[in-house]
Write a protein that binds this ligand. Structure first.
Ligand SMILES: [Ca+2]
Length: 573
């Protein structure tokens, strides 16, 4: 990969002149192998990876990362390693997840809608009638590793296809406490860390590199690595050195950060059909926002806040940025390791986020609950604490436990409105970077076709030369390989539902609603930021798309659909 600094990359990308030479053979076509499954091969009919026949696959998932947090998506956080992957790969501009941790992870690993595999909500168990990516890739000769956050209940990662696992089986927790991170299968011994040196993002990477090393030592099989960081989910924990980098960055506040991210996104060409930044997003009602008087109100202007509040919120956002920065550094370690062993060219890397930035639960964010009576919404979140003076330096450290709230989440989701939980673009739009020098015909380009997190399974099946097992539910996603080959996009329809928030995207049209809200209709080619609701002017289209959604919801048992049976009010945020 050519060394180009980020500023040059952004300039080149903005000018539309970024075109990197591809390494090795890049002429790809589709063929059917003897097992009857579809595999990518070179134009001369040889497997893409001559040595092993199949690429290694590294699937990197971030947790609660917003659409605009990476440098290559307009952010100011230093993410040079991911930016370089984008520089040599593809960035999707309209890729979608399922708006929340468990549903997205279930869909990602199975290629099905989350409701089909028991994860419409935040608990469940992957049923026997679905297959996971590691299960299908194993049948094609892959070693399968996972390091990071599972959050898919029982049976755990080993019984669902992973040879080796290290990480967090649950949903979230301290980045500083090694006791929350376990090694599987039973009997395997995790690395040990001297007192005070454990940080989960580093440890997750350490174990991932150990797994890759073991695959290398074992010899001839390619590997699949699911690298599921729990960064930058709350609690916002990051090493002091990373937080210090951003201690002044966010003093300017979320309004200026949103403006700057939007301007860079326009320069990068990410925002086709977007002519204005959304106003500061509204906070939909929840127990905490309602208690504090924020429900249905917009996030406040930064300049209206007291100095002490601004200082507290500046440090919360610096901790978030520090967690992202450190994650990028660790991704850099994996890239360097692959490069050092001459494997980067033959490794297909995906990077994406499981949902939009997290607004929980109001503009000031929360601190950890101090007792059971204080726990909000079934989580560990308690009342906000205003940190001042020396206590500011403890934000992000082992003794702290904070979120950054809805206004910073709004900035991280620039240019969209709403957040994690919701089916509007702020909840479901994710960066997707695909990097694969040996198999990707395109470099440094934007890919504008809509795609869905369930597509990763179909893509892995195709490039891994694996056959989907008979008797299991047919995957909903589509292979992204046509995008890698610059083939035209087909019209498709993608559905969403979580907690009654719901949407259907069909071609350029999106029908979307909040739980208990009425349908809103947007032309995404002209209005990606969902500001001009066309529902009143196109009732027939609304009716037809709503019927499509109802049919899908009935088929997959989207339980939240009852939540909108009797709309109470106009559903605009
Ligand atoms: Ca998440």
């Amino acid at each position: 990969m050519r060394a180009t600094n980020r500023r040059d990359f952004l300039k080149l990308a903005a000018a539309g002149t970024l075109a990197l030479p591809m390494v090795g053979s890049s002429a790809s076509s589709t063929s059917i192998d003897s097992a009857g499954s579809t595999a990518l091969t070179t134009g001369r009919g040889r497997p893409l990876d001559g040595a092993r026949g199949r690429p290694n696959i590294v699937l990197i998932l971030a947790d609660d990362l917003g659409y605009s947090d990476l440098g290559c998506y307009g952010g100011e956080i230093a993410t040079p390693n991911l930016d370089r992957l984008a520089q040599g790969g593809l960035r999707f501009t309209q890729f979608y997840n399922c708006a929340r941790c468990c549903p997205s992870r279930a869909s990602l690993l199975t290629g099905l809608y989350p409701h089909e595999v028991g994860f419409g909500g935040m608990s469940g168990s992957l049923p026997p009638n679905c297959a996971t990516i590691p299960e299908v890739l194993k049948t094609a000769g892959y070693r399968t590793f996972m390091s990071g956050k599972w959050h898919l209940g029982q049976p755990g990662p080993v019984l669902r296809g992973f040879d080796e696992f290290y990480g967090m089986l649950g949903g979230y927790g301290s980045f500083w406490n090694p006791a929350l991170y376990t090694r599987r299968p039973e009997g395997r011994v995790p690395r040990s860390y001297p007192e005070g040196t454990f940080y989960s993002t580093d440890a997750i990477t350490d174990h991932a590199l150990d797994f890759i090393t073991s695959a290398r030592q074992a010899g001839d099989k390619p590997f699949f690595l699911y690298l599921a960081f729990n960064a930058p989910h709350f609690p916002l924990h990051a090493p002091k050195a990373e937080i210090a980098k951003y201690a002044q960055t966010y003093e300017q506040g979320w309004d200026k950060i949103r403006d700057a991210r939007y301007a860079r996104q326009q320069q990068l060409g990410l925002l086709a059909g977007v002519s204005s930044l959304t106003p500061r997003s509204v906070i939909p009602p929840n127990v905490v926002a309602t208690k504090h008087g924020w429900a249905d109100k917009a996030n406040p202007a930064w300049d209206t806040l007291e100095a002490e509040r601004r200082a507290d919120l500046t440090r919360r956002m610096a901790a978030f940025a520090g967690a992202v920065d450190r994650m990028d550094q660790n991704i850099g370690r994996v890239i360097a390791d692959l490069k050092q062993h001459d494997e980067l060219e033959h490794t297909l890397i995906f990077f994406l986020s499981d949902n939009g930035a997290c607004a929980e639960w109001d503009p000031f964010g929360f601190d950890v609950a101090q007792n059971v009576h204080e726990i909000n919404l079934g989580t560990t979140s308690g009342d906000n604490v205003l940190h001042t003076g020396a206590a500011l330096d403890e934000i992000g450290a082992p003794g702290s436990y904070v979120s950054y709230g809805s206004a910073w989440a709004n900035a991280c989701n620039t240019p969209f409105r709403l957040y994690k939980h919701y089916s509007h673009e702020g909840g479901i739009a994710t960066p997707l970077i695909i990097h694969w020098p040996a198999g990707l015909k395109r470099g440094g380009e934007l890919e504008r076709r809509p795609g869905h997190i369930s597509d990763v399974m179909a893509t892995c099946l195709e490039v891994g030369g694996a056959a989907y097992p008979a008797g299991k539910l047919a995957p909903a996603g589509r292979s992204l390989a046509p995008a890698l080959r610059s083939e035209p996009a087909e019209l498709r329809t993608i559905f969403f539902e979580h907690e009654g928030n719901r949407a259907v995207r069909s071609g350029k049209w999106k029908l979307v609603a909040l739980a208990h809200g009425n349908w809103e209709l947007y032309d995404m080619d002209a209005d990606r930021v969902e500001l001009h609701d066309l529902a009143a002017t196109q009732p027939e289209r609304v009716k037809q798309m709503a019927a499509q959604w109802d049919e899908w919801a009935a088929r997959v048992h989207a339980h939240g659909r009852e939540a909108h049976a009797a709309p109470k009010k106009k559903g605009r945020e």
